[in-house]
Each structure stands twice: as C-alpha cells, then as structure tokens.
Ligand binder design. Structure first.
Ligand code: NAP
Length: 257
C-alpha cells in the first residue's frame, strides 16, 4: 500500500516502536492519529499536524474516542497499527491471575477491540490494512515471558484469521514479529526481571527506528508477516525443525534468571 496521504492510527505511540513508526510514516507523507496514555509523549511523536488522543486502551471508551476523533478529523482510516503492548517476567505457573488477565487485556483484547471498531469502516471503503505488532515470542515461546508469548501467539492467529475473513473486502493484515528492540519495554514490565542471559544479548538488539523502517517497508509491499531483524527467521525455523533442542537451549537461558 502507498503511504503518502494515508490516515494511520498508531496505538502505543507515546514512545518506543510506536513513536518511531509515527516518525517513519510521517516522513512518507502519512496523516497521523496517535494514542497511548501519556499525552506528553504523544504530542512529541505527533508533531504539529498529528491528532493525539490520550487514554488507556484497555478501556472501550478510549478506543471509541480514538476512532471517532480520527474519522471526525480525517474522514477515513487507511492503516491501523496495533502496537501497544506490555510484558512481565513471571513463571506462568505462579503469575497472579489478575496480572495475566491485565496483560491479555492490553496485548490481545484492546487490539481486537480496535480492530472491531475499524474493520467495518475499512470494509465499507473496500480498502485498508491492519498491522498487528506481535513478537518473535509469538512465533517461538520465550520461557521468561510465557504468558506474553501466549498473548502474541493469539495476536498471530487473529491476524491470519482476519486476513482470510477479509480477503474479499480488500482489507489486508500484516503481522510484525520484532526480535529484541532497544526501547523502554524492559523497564515497563509489570513484574519480574529479565534473565541475565537476555540482558547480555541486548547488544544484538535493533533500534526502534530500524523496526519502524521494516514495518513501513512491509506495509508498502503488502507483506503478510515481517520478522525484524530478518535473522529472526532463522530462530523461528530452528524452533520448528528442532523443537526439543531449541526448548533445551531456551530453558537453559531462562535458568540464568
Ligand atoms: N522492545 C522489544 O524488544 C519488543 C520486541 C518484540 C515485540 N515488541 C512489541 O512491540 C510493541 C511496542 O513495544 P515497545 O518496545 O515500543 O515498548 P514501550 O517502549 O514500553 O512502549 C509501549 C507503548 O504502549 C503504550 N501503552 C502501554 N500500556 C498502555 C495502555 N494500557 N493503554 C494505552 N497505551 C499503553 C505505552 O504508552 P503509555 O505508557 O504512554 O500508555 C507505549 O507507548 C509491544 O506490543 C511489544 O510487545 C517489543
């Protein structure tokens, strides 16, 4: 899809990958509608022309407001980038249920809620693209982030299902699976901390700007799935081909916690 002149809604755009997407898509001529909780962060990312709607996306009221305000201002939504997300480093067998539900509420249900509000509008126009930010953890389970991985697998399945449901409506979907990206994600986890082995691998991480560039290019070529950096595909393939070996390696990494 060509980005120039398109209306792009980005969730979780106050910092990190979402804010970098705002900068990247604005450079390509997109008109921005940004949402997250921090109004200050959103204003920084939106520049002088972008629309800002601050609020918690786990609330249906916020989601409705974002969509209504975008349609009022721009008259259309061409691309929805469902990016807001959070994690926690707690074993799945002992994580408080309330915390697990909270994670699912943002990573999965808020994303589904935004999608349900935007898709009817895209179907009516016979065009549009839903971009769902999952993770490499949505392609291979990361044992230090098991519940997070489960939420991202759900996002992957939803994205594929939507693509098939909406084929005749010319509404596309793209799944984004970043590896390690240098953002505040690690600091924003709601509990626990990353294993040492993971902290050490931070030097392999890409920047949010590199991730946003990959997303913009993916949208331009109507990609189905992007893994960024591309070397992540090797890990995904290894996990499919040699599951026992990879599980043993990942379990060992987790045990350095
Ligand atoms: N960083 C990585 O290594 C990595 C790797 C793979 C996938 N991802 C995924 O990439 C996406 C972006 O992550 P990031 O690395 O950019 O993390 P980040 O820097 O922590 O940014 C998260 C964004 O989500 C927003 N957010 C959090 N809770 C929210 C809520 N309840 N309502 C509305 N907005 C909320 C935050 O803004 P406010 O605090 O202002 O609300 C922020 O803008 C996430 O889905 C994450 O799972 C990240």
């Amino acid at each position: 899809m060509r980005i120039d002149g398109k209306v792009v809604v980005i969730t979780g755009a106050s910092e990190g990958i979402g804010a970098a997407c705002a900068a990247e898509f604005a450079r390509s001529g997109a008109r921005l509608s940004l949402t997250a909780r921090s109004e200050e962060g959103l204003k920084r990312a939106a520049g002088s022309t972008g629309l800002v709607t601050a609020g918690d996306l786990t609330s249906e009221e916020t989601r409705r407001l974002v969509v209504e305000r975008t349609l009022d201002r721009f008259g259309a939504i061409d691309i929805l980038i469902n990016n807001a997300g959070v994690g926690f480093y707690l074993p799945s067998w002992s994580a408080p249920m309330e915390q697990a539900r909270g994670l699912m509420e943002l990573n999965f249900f808020a994303l589904l809620g935004m999608t349900q509000l935007v898709v009817p509008h895209m179907r009516a126009r016979g065009q549009g693209m839903i971009v769902n930010v999952s993770s490499i953890g949505g392609k291979m389970t990361l044992p230090w982030l098991t519940i997070y991985s489960a939420s991202k697998y759900a996002v992957g399945s939803l994205t594929e299902g939507l693509r098939m449901e909406l084929r005749r409506d010319n509404v596309k979907t793209m799944l984004v699976c970043p590896g390690y990206v240098k953002t505040g994600f690690q600091q924003h986890v709601t509990a626990g901390q990353a294993p040492e082995s993971l902290v050490r691998s931070r030097r392999m991480a890409i920047t949010a700007a590199e991730c946003a560039l990959a997303i913009r290019r993916g949208v331009e070529r109507d990609a189905r799935t992007i893994v960024t950096p591309k070397s992540g595909w090797i890990l995904v393939a290894l996990a499919r081909l040699f599951p026992a070996l990879m599980e043993a390696r990942m379990a060992a990494m987790n045990e350095t916690a």
